[in-house]
Design a protein around this ligand. Structure first.
Ligand code: KG4
Length: 337
């Protein structure tokens, strides 16, 4: 790795404690994830206080493993990138304080990373020739937006959700129909082979052509579930989840295509946990064939929270001169721009 810039990334914004070393923003040398998902499953969602405590327990070992898997010492690293928001405040604080401690003892620069920008950077790890400008449909547990990536560190929001995130629309309905937590992947599995036209959902209207709204679709789905219950029958889970996911995928695609029209940019990346969804990928794959989109999406393990994406994003921030001091704090509601 002679001559390459090595960034250690640290991520702890929700229920994954993760650390990774990435070279030149593109080559993953190690990628360690200690997931708490199985633990939080018993509560039907992430319990913030417990998540923070579990991060405290695992952060040191996770960072040590990331360095040893890469065959490196802290002294070999050029910069320490850390997620400082958005996310759960107590969870973020663990990663931020760990990164600050490492920066202090090693004298290495501390690089603050916005978690959402990290999700976009996951694509750089999968496609070595991918370069801005491009559009990203960023769909995660807490956010849904279309981002115009003018350059690595110059990003503009083209559209955003006015209420819930796509991930919430998956997780809430999955919980109501008894699939449990985390809802997205479970719903994805439940809908395989189902009839995508069995149930019809509304298409929300927003003032801006590229904004989203999911609360109406969610209410629509809840009403269908309740109506079926009141009739004393059970909803057909396979068909219902297939139709619901197909509808959300179609909605996401239609808004993204409007952004393509408005910006003239036909290069599209998908990013965030929900971009792992097979219905969404299929819908975008079909559009790629139909209209010649230049389409990219990260491999599955890089869609959900990980530190390699933070190290990749951190690399471009590092090159751009971004540095944080020892006063870096967690920002749970960190804005995108
Ligand atoms: O990006 P992410 O790991 O965390 C945030 O930064 O928010 O996203 C988590 C979200 C959850 O809502 C989860 O249910 C959803 O991603 N998700 C999926 C799938 N895999 C994860 N949603 C739909 N289909 C999937 N296969």
């Amino acid at each position: 790795m002679e001559g390459k810039t090595l960034i250690l990334g640290i991520e702890s914004s929700c229920d994954e404690t993760a650390a990774s070393v990435v070279a030149d923003g593109r080559i993953i040398l190690s990628n360690v994830i200690a997931s708490q998902a199985d633990f939080h499953m018993q509560y039907g969602g992430v319990v913030p206080e417990l998540a923070s405590r579990m991060h405290v327990d695992s952060v040191s070992a996770t960072v040590s493993k990331a360095l040893s898997d890469a065959g490196l010492e802290l002294s070999d690293i050029d910069g320490i990138a850390v997620t400082y928001g958005p996310g759960l405040v107590g969870a973020l604080l663990v990663g931020v304080n760990c990164a600050k401690g490492l920066a202090l003892v090693s004298g290495k620069p501390l690089i603050p990373v916005n978690h959402l920008k990290g999700h976009i950077a996951a694509n750089y790890l999968c496609f070595e020739d991918l370069k801005p400008p491009f559009l990203t449909l960023l769909v995660s547990g807490g956010n849904t937006m279309i981002v115009k990536v003018n350059d690595y560190c110059d990003l503009e929001i083209e559209g955003r959700t006015l209420d819930d995130a796509a991930g919430e629309a998956f997780d809430k309905i999955a919980r109501v129909i008894g699939l449990g937590y985390p809802g997205g992947p479970k719903m994805d599995k439940a809908g395989q082979g189902g009839d995508v036209n069995a149930f019809r959902f509304s298409v929300p209207k927003t003032e801006s052509r590229t904004d989203f709204s999911f609360s109406g679709i969610k209410t629509n789905a809840l009403n269908m579930i309740n109506e079926t219950k009141m009739k004393g029958t059970d909803i057909n889970i396979k068909d219902f989840t297939a139709s619901y996911q197909h509808h959300i995928a179609k909605y996401l695609l239609s808004r993204t295509m409007r952004a393509v029209e408005e910006t003239g940019i036909k290069k599209i990346c998908l990013a965030g946990g929900v971009s792992a969804n097979s219905f969404i990928r299929k819908m975008f794959d079909e559009e790629k064939v139909r209209s010649g989109l230049d389409l990219y999406y990260p491999r599955l393990d890089l869609c959900t929270d990980n530190a390699a994406m933070i190290a990749s994003c951190g690399y471009y921030e590092y090159i751009n001169g971004s540095r944080a001091g020892m006063d870096l704090n967690a920002k749970p509601s960190l804005r995108f721009n």
